[in-house]
Structures are given as C-alpha cells and as structure tokens.
Design a protein around this ligand. Structure first.
Ligand SMILES: Nc1ncnc2c1ncn2[C@@H]1O[C@H](COP(=O)(O)OP(=O)(O)OP(=O)(O)O)[C@@H](O)[C@H]1O
Length: 714
C-alpha cells in the first residue's frame, strides 16, 4: 500500500499534495491513506494543487468543499487536513525569502516576533509562483499573511524591472476589500510593512474624492492599491489612465472573499478579473469557504491553485479560546440582562487586573440606536456626557462609581455607536476611537454596532462579543464572534436569542456553543424586573433613561426588526409573519407602545409569508388608527388573530407591568416578557408569570395569539 501511495502522490515542499489526474474517489482514498500511514510531515497542513486542466473548474470547486458547512459531503472531497501537531511559532527572522526591509518593519513597526500559523503556511512557501486560496480563522493574522508575500512578489518584480515601481507607471498589487473600513485597515498595515522599502500605498474607496485618488495615482507611486469593488470598477471603466496601469498589475488579491460574495459583489469580482492581465497571480483569502466561494473559484483562478486551509478537519471556524453561550430572552428582558452580562464581564476582568472592551451587535441600525441610547444611560453612574458627546453619538464617559451596589469607584465606561447610516467620516472617527480605547483596569469601552463591524475589522483586545439577535447571514456569526479572541487572546461570546431566534442555532451545528447555565429563566425574570441584587440600582436609572424616549424611536426599532426577520426568515426556519410580529412585540410592550402601522412594502412581504394573517393585519391597521398612547383600553389593536373581543385583546394595559403611572396592578401580568413597572407597586402584575413564561398558545387575550401552537414554549 505504501509503495502504491508513494508512487501516486508527489509530496511537494512543505507537505503540499499534488493530485495529478486521479479521480476524486481515488484521490480521497489516497489522501486518507497518506494521513493514516503518516507519509506527510505531521506539522504541515495539507493543501491541494489540481494539476490537470481537464474539468479544472469542477475539481477546484470540489476541493473547496472542505468547509465545515459542507461537512455532510466530506467523503467525496479530495483532501482534508488531518489534525496536525500543535503549531510551533516560527520567528520572522528565520525566513530567508523575506526581504530585510520587510523584516525590519515587522520587528520594529509591527512588533511581531513570530509568525501566526497562517502566516507561516504562506511565508514559508515563498516564493509563491501560482495562485492561492487561504482559509484561516478570524483574527489569526491573515492580513500580514497576504501582504508579506505581496511585498516579496513586488520586490522580485522590481528587481527584474526597476522602472515598474516608478511614480504613475503601474499599480504594483491590487487588493480588493469589501468595505471602506477594511480597506483602510489593510492600507494602514501595508504602509507599515513597506516603510523601509520606501514604497507607497493608496486606497480607492467610495465616500472620498475620486479626483484626489486619481491625482495620487498619477503623481505618486502606486505599489499597493487597496480598493472597494465599486470604486475600483468605476475607475477601471471610466479612468483610462488607471485602467492602463491596472492592466499591468501582476498580483490581484481578494480579501474577505466570502464577505465580498455575500455582499453581492460577484459581478464586480468577475469584471475586475476580466480586466486583469492573464499572467497575473491571484490570492483569495477568506475565513469561511462556502458555496458561493466554490462557485466563483473557477472564474477567479484560471489555472490550478493551492488551497491553504488552516482550519483542521472537525475543527470549528471559531476559536477554542472564546467561550460561547446563548441565552434565551425576549426584547423586553434585554436591557437589565445586558447590563448584568456586561457588569459580570467587567468584574471578571477586574479580578484579572484587566479592563474590558466589548462589541455588541444588533440586527438593524434602528435597534442599534435604541440599544445604545438605553444601555449607554444604564451603564452610567455619575456619568457626565462627554464634551464631544454630540460627535460620539451616545458616548458617555462614566467617571465615578459604576460598580454593583455602588461598591467600586474610579471607573470609566465609554459607549460608541457605529453603523452604516452614519457618514464615512463619523464611522472612521468612532471606529478609531474605539480601536484606541485603553484596556487597562478600570476602563470599559462598549461599541454598539451592526454587521457593518462584523467582518475583518480589527479592534485589538476585544474581550467580549455580545450578539443581540441573529446576524444577517449565518457565516456572520463566526465573523462577529471573531472580533474577540484575536491574535491568540482569550475572549467571551454570548448571543441573546428570542424564542423565535432560537431557530438560528441549527446554523451553528459545528460551533461549540451551549446554553448559559448561569442565566436561568428565573434569574432573567428577576433581572428583568430589576429585582436581582446586581441590577436593583439600575431601576431608577432605567426610569430616567427611558422617560424621554421618543415613541418613534421604539416604533422604528420594532418595524426594523419585523422587516429584518421577514427578510431573513430562512435563517430561523422560515417563521410565519404572525410569529415574527409576536416575537418582536415585547419591545413595544416594554414601552407601552401600541402596534404601529407597518409600511406597505413590509406588509406585502408579510403577505407573502402568511396571507391570512396579513389580511387581518390590514383590517387591524384600519381599526387601530386613532388609538393613542396612554389609552387604557387598547382593546382592538388590529393584529389579533384569534381575538375577537376588542376589550380583552389588549385589555387594560395598566395590568401589564410596564405601564407608566399605573397603580392598578391588576391580575394578568401578561406575557413572560419580564419588565419593570414604573410607579407600579402591584405584585399582581406578574402574578401568573411563572406558568406562562413565553407561552403563546395559552394567552387568551393575546392580540397575536397563535392559537393552538406551543403553549409554554420556553
Ligand atoms: N504575527 C503576529 N504576531 C502578533 N500579532 C499579530 C501577528 N499577526 C497579526 N497580529 C495581530 O492580530 C490581529 C488580527 O490580525 P488580522 O486582522 O490580520 O486577522 P484576520 O485573520 O485578517 O482577521 P479577520 O478574519 O477578522 O479579518 C491584529 O491586531 C494584528 O495586528
């Protein structure tokens, strides 16, 4: 057997497997046998080079099915990285193929001593002649892993033709990045790495003056150009001088390729490739290799490529050094719960003599606005608004005591809001401010954001990621979580899921995430009523934090959530429109806000999901007009499916525990949404909670009653 394998497989340098023309079944057998018989150097990961031009596209595509998402199909794919020995870090100094100027920058400016695994996998192969596809976990140093080879490739090119690098002559290397932030971040790392070469780095991103960018291209060196797909394509099509220079580019790199594709840049990628010279080298870098990548690979690579997969077989795409938990809670329970999660995290870090840096993701910008506003105010104590508060959005600077029960003093909490609806300038400023915030003990920085910050963005030392609700696509969970545990550090990850969102867990089958044992339903309930010791002191702050909230802000957040889940239903098992509206309703209940009219476009999307319900919704919209806030008998709010009695549909809202100025405790307690009754002393408000929890089916007076469905579904 061994002799057979040896003759069929050529071991390339550093354990590269070359599969000449063998069919896939055979190749799989061979590779698996190689693994078993230990013919490969165990410390080296496997990569695949497909040598035959025949059915290249098919083969390349098949080779990529090594991603964990394709686990079920694994048996038919050619090569998988068997678990390898622990990677022993290699010092950058030891790489003989890296130019001294690059090494000097790595040591003096970047201050990296040893290469990360993905960096070693690539740099140790230098010089790389062909195309490569790289897969490695988030935060493992992929940026330098492709920048160093790119620089070395340019060094060789300039040695052969010293005039090539001269001002305005050509674009040395073109890097495509999905977002402006990421492009800037890559540029900043590239600038450091080329410092001692005396080269120049340029960015071509939207939101900035094209004229200035063109001027730079004409009059300055363009050794490394990093751009977003839209702007690069615009220049290729409309700026002949740039097109001419780009046509000479020998190295094309797509960073965060999975993100590019998920953001819908496939056409742009194809066009950029179309406009690039055929004798170029192409690198494609990604944290995940999914179906979309498999589909585009044949277009990106017009010849064989090497797959450098640093995620071993059976390993998740997330880090072992990041503990992941999920907590089931509805929106009405979120605010005190989130404060408790944050404060516990701060306390743990404080015990380790560290500060805290937390990224909190929300599904929509409107939600991010609302959560930043409330969490920012809740986390303060004796906080003064920063002088630059207007610039910082909901930036609060807490000076003074914010420890539990007022125990500790001298702590600082800052909160920054960042999402795609802000101007580029504001985004950049806030992003830098969070990046540079200190993580020394006593300092806590919280970034409240959306998926705009999910991928690629490097905020060093993030100690925790809180995901409130699901991301906009399943792989984004890994990317969001990847903002912590970077560069080998530890981190914590928690995702809050409403009953409906629990369906998202099916997408995380390969991810080591478990339900929180600490946040039991009882604890969540007691937190949500501000009864738990850890949050008691927040009750009055919550009162003032929400007192002047505009109804519109809450309505907008609610509508955005309904729209989001209507569009993303697939991720949570395609729920019915009624289920979505029900699941999101606690956020309205919390603030005692009647059901707002949903925009027509959204209604029609929901019609598509659940026509019958949508008809009643339409009717309800008509009926509910004119209902005003503070109206005791909200009765018929229009969304009730099984609720025929106007009066009991919403009944006496004063009973629901969230009512302002309500002294009539009443008896219903309504849903298990937890809550905080302002000025409401009635114990009866939550009287029957214990039994009802999230029960939907048994709510006789629930406007969104789902009929016979799952009573008590917690
Ligand atoms: N060899 C190294 N030694 C120490 N720190 C490193 C090294 N390489 C990278 N880093 C640091 O690790 C962090 C993550 O690097 P980078 O942003 O390149 O990761 P990534 O794999 O591209 O992440 P993502 O998938 O999220 O984009 C950065 O702060 C970077 O400066």
């Amino acid at each position: 057997m061994q002799r057979f394998i040896s003759s069929a497989i050529h071991l390339g340098p550093r354990g590269l497997i070359r599969l000449p023309t063998a069919g896939y079944g055979r190749a799989a057998a061979l590779v698996s046998a190689v693994g078993k018989h230990g013919l490969l150097p165990s410390s080296k990961l496997m990569t695949v080079r497909l040598m035959s031009s025949e059915s290249l596209a098919q083969k390349q595509s098949a080779a990529l099915d090594m991603d964990s998402n394709a686990a079920s199909d694994r048996s038919v794919y050619p090569a998988e990285a068997e678990p390898t020995d622990e990677y022993v870090p290699v010092s950058f100094e030891s790489y003989t193929s890296v130019h001294e100027n690059t090494k000097k920058a790595i040591a003096r400016i970047m201050k990296f001593k040893t290469a990360s695994k993905v960096q070693d996998q690539i740099i140790s192969r230098l010089p790389i002649e062909g195309d490569i596809m790289v897969k490695a976990k988030t935060g493992t140093g992929k940026t330098a892993a492709f920048l160093v080879p790119a620089i070395e490739s340019l060094v060789r090119e300039y040695e052969q033709d010293p005039e090539r690098g001269q001002k305005g002559r050509s674009v040395g290397c073109l890097i495509i990045s999905p977002t402006r932030e990421l492009a800037k971040q890559i540029a900043s790392e590239a600038e450091k790495l080329v410092k001692f070469h005396g080269w120049n780095v340029q960015t071509l991103v939207g939101g900035e003056s094209s004229r200035a960018q063109l001027r730079n291209l004409d009059y300055r060196r363009s050794d490394i150009v990093i751009g977003t797909p839209g702007r690069v394509l615009d220049f290729l099509n409309n700026q002949p001088t740039f097109a001419q220079k780009a046509e000479k580019t020998k190295l094309l790199i797509f960073d965060e390729a999975d993100v590019l594709l998920h953001m819908g840049f496939r056409k742009e990628i194809e066009e950029i490739i179309e406009r690039s010279p055929k004798d170029r080298q192409t690198f494609l870098v990604s944290a995940t290799l999914d179906k979309k990548i498999r589909e585009i690979a044949p277009t990106v690579f017009h010849r064989g490529f090497e797959l450098i997969d640093c995620v071993e077989k059976g390993d998740a795409n997330t880090h072992h050094n990041v503990k992941q938990e999920y907590i089931q809670a509805n929106h009405a329970q979120h605010f005190p719960l989130i404060c408790d999660i944050i404060q516990s995290h701060i306390d743990r870090n404080k015990a380790d003599n560290r500060g805290s840096k937390i990224v909190m993701f929300l599904p929509t910008t409107k939600c991010a606005d609302l959560y930043a506003s409330i969490i920012g105010r809740l986390m303060k104590k004796g906080m003064e608004r920063r002088n630059d508060n207007r610039r910082q959005g909901y930036g609060f600077n807490a000076r003074g005591n914010m420890g539990r029960g007022g125990a500790s003093g001298g702590e600082t909490v800052s909160l920054t809001l960042l999402h795609g609806k802000l101007s580029q300038e504001t985004r950049s400023r806030r992003s830098d401010s969070f990046r540079n915030s200190p993580v020394t003990v006593g300092n806590t920085s919280i970034l409240v954001t959306t998926d705009v910050s999910a991928r690629g963005v490097d905020y060093p030392d993030v100690s925790m990621v809180i995901q409130v609700g699901i991301p906009s696509e399943k792989d984004a969970y890994v990317h969001r979580l990847g903002r912590t545990g970077r560069a080998g550090k530890t981190g914590e990850g928690v995702i809050l899921l409403t009953p409906l969102e629990l369906g998202f867990l099916k997408n995380l089958k390969d991810i080591p995430i478990t339900e929180s044992q600490h946040y039991t339903p009882e604890l969540i309930q007691s937190l949500s009523k501000f009864e738990a010791d850890s949050v008691k002191h927040l009750a009055s702050r919550y009162e003032s934090a929400t007192l002047n909230l505009e109804q519109e802000v809450i309505e907008d957040a609610y509508k955005s959530l309904v729209a989001f889940y209507t569009a993303k239903g697939e991720l949570i098992g395609n729920p019915r429109g009624t289920d979505i509206v029900n699941d999101m309703a606690p956020i309205l209940d919390l603030f005692d806000i009647p059901q707002p009219k949903l925009p027509a476009a959204l209604l029609s999307s929901i019609y598509g999901i659940d026509r019958k319900w949508a008809r009643s919704q339409d009717q309800g919209n008509r009926n509910s007009r004119g209902s005003s806030r503070g109206n005791g008998d909200r009765g018929n709010r229009g969304y009730s499916r099984n609720n025929s009695s106007g009066g009991s549909g919403y009944g006496d809202r004063g009973n629901r525990g969230f009512s302002r100025n309500n002294s009539d405790g009443g008896s219903r307690g309504y849903r298990g949404s937890g809550g905080f009754s302002r000025n409401n002393n009635s114990g009866g408000s939550y009287g029957d909670r214990g039994n009802r929890g999230f029960s939907r089916g048994d709510r006789d007076s629930n406007r969104f009653n789902r009929g016979s469905r799952n009573g008590g579904s917690r």
